[in-house]
Design a protein around this ligand. Structure first.
Ligand code: S3P
Length: 435
């Protein structure tokens, strides 16, 4: 079967932010019309940006930017609901603005660590006040311009941390240099280049360094068609790899193929799936996002190990790999992935509990897990813990005849993938047709 998936969540949020900060009209198509995009758009509107309603099917929107100094203090708290990316990126934007604002979120977001961005932003000269527990939302931000230059050695490979610092440098007119232990997704760097901000990057040992030495006073508007989110397509690919879509598998068109995001495809191939990738010629330039078409066909799945530098390149797909591991021959091991404990839920804990609830044997570690594959039917109820990727990761099992999984809060999928359950029904039908 052929399908398209909603626009990339990371790119949508960055595009909304940069379009709001640009001088002139940005033209954006393919934006995600999901919960996280809506939360970031709403927060930006409260800061004075003119963002029209986001069109449901990814149609075009025009955003007239207010400029790097044009945002104003919001009248009420900014509630980012479930969006960690929106929160951390906006903290960076606000750090370099003279507006004060309070940020908060839902029960999931209020448990997530914020010091990882607040520490470097404070070092740049912005002030933050925790209104509840230290290190968590709600937080009051007192921005300042100009900010001081920073050369930050990040302890975590996090694009949210890196992007927050770069955005603070942009709005606060300061040099921003960041070194991360491994390279994380580089959407901010690519988008910065496309709006006229010069960013240099290079490897340092196992790590990665990004330098913005010359923040401009003005950025150009964006003209961007956001590709489909590879992290959303991953659910279709995983269902196809297990045989849920039948022998023909699934082809996803116009999906993002940024190399800092595609390691899940490498893992699927290692596990035995058959994969064809057609990169759109010319899309892989330093100021663009690679895009193309991917087909995944089933193969007899075998276990694999995922660790080290591969982790940041598939961080959001790890719960899905654990679920695939449950259907593979052998023991699938995920390690070096402690970051999973800081996501929308503690994803190691959520995956372990849910796999066990389905009768799968799992060993839990602080930085990962071992999943013992089985071909016995998986049946039972799973909990979502306000985490879209947990809902969808276990939801794909229902495309297999032998499995019946009851997901306690399917609506969480709307955070990043409106229409997910309808597409899963199509996958299942495609699977039945090929029986
Ligand atoms: C994101 C980065 C990742 C990822 C999240 C989106 C981004 O988080 O898990 O879903 O858009 O920058 P970290 O940067 O914290 O690893």
């Amino acid at each position: 079967m052929r399908a398209r998936v909603p626009g990339d969540k990371s790119l949508t949020q960055r595009a909304l932010i940069l379009a709001s900060l640009a001088e002139g009209e940005s033209r954006l198509a393919g934006l995600l019309h999901g919960g996280d995009a809506a939360s970031t758009a709403k927060a930006l509107r409260s800061l004075g940006a003119e963002i029209p309603p986001l069109p449901p099917e990814g149609g075009e929107v025009i955003i007239r930017g207010v400029g790097l100094r044009g945002l104003c203090a919001p009248k009420a708290r900014l509630d980012l609901r479930n969006s960690g990316t929106g929160t951390r990126l906006l903290m960076g934007v606000l750090a370099g603005c003279e507006a004060e604002a309070t940020l908060t979120g839902d029960t999931s977001l209020r448990q997530r660590p914020m010091a990882r961005v607040i520490d470097p932003l404070s070092k740049m000269g912005a002030r933050f006040r925790y209104l509840g527990e230290v290190g968590r939302l709600p937080v009051r931000v007192h921005g300042r311009r100009p900010l001081q230059a920073i050369d930050w050695p990040s302890q975590v490979a996090s694009a949210q941390v890196k992007s927050s610092i770069l955005l603070a440098g942009l709005t606060g007119g300061a040099f921003a240099l960041v070194t991360e232990p491994r390279q994380s997704r580089d959407h901010t760097e690519r988008l910065f280049r496309s709006v006229g901000v010069s960013v240099v990057e290079h490897a340092v040992g196992d790590g990665w360094r990004v330098e913005m030495r010359d923040p401009p006073a003005v950025i150009r508007p964006l003209d961007l068609h956001v590709p489909g989110d590879i992290s959303s397509a991953a659910f279709l690919f995983a269902a196809a790899a297990m045989g849920g879509a039948g022998d023909e598998g699934v082809t996803v068109e116009h999906v993002g193929l940024n190399p800092t995001r595609t390691a899940f495809l490498d893992v699927l191939e290692r596990m035995g799936a058959r994969i064809d990738i057609e990169l759109q010629p010319g899309s892989d330039a330093p100021d663009r996002e690679p895009v193309g078409q991917v087909t995944v066909r089933p193969g007899g799945l075998r276990a694999t190990t995922v660790q080290g530098r591969e982790i940041p390149r598939l961080i959001d797909e790890l719960p899905l790999i654990a679920v695939l591991g449950a259907r593979a021959v052998g023991t699938t091991r995920i390690s070096d992935a402690e970051e999973l404990r800081t996501k929308e839920s503690d994803r190691i804990d959520a995956v372990v509990r849910n796999l066990r609830a389905l009768g799968v044997e799992v060993a839990e570690y602080q930085d990962g897990l071992d999943v013992h594959g089985t071909d016995k039917p998986l049946r039972g109820a799973v909990r979502v813990f306000r985490d879209h990727r947990i809902a969808m990761g276990f939801g794909i099992l229902n495309t297999l005849r032998s499995c019946t999984v009851e997901v306690d809060d399917p609506s969480m999928a709307d955070v990043s993938f409106p229409g997910f359950w309808a597409l899963m029904t199509e996958v299942e039908r495609a699977g039945r047709r090929s029986d």
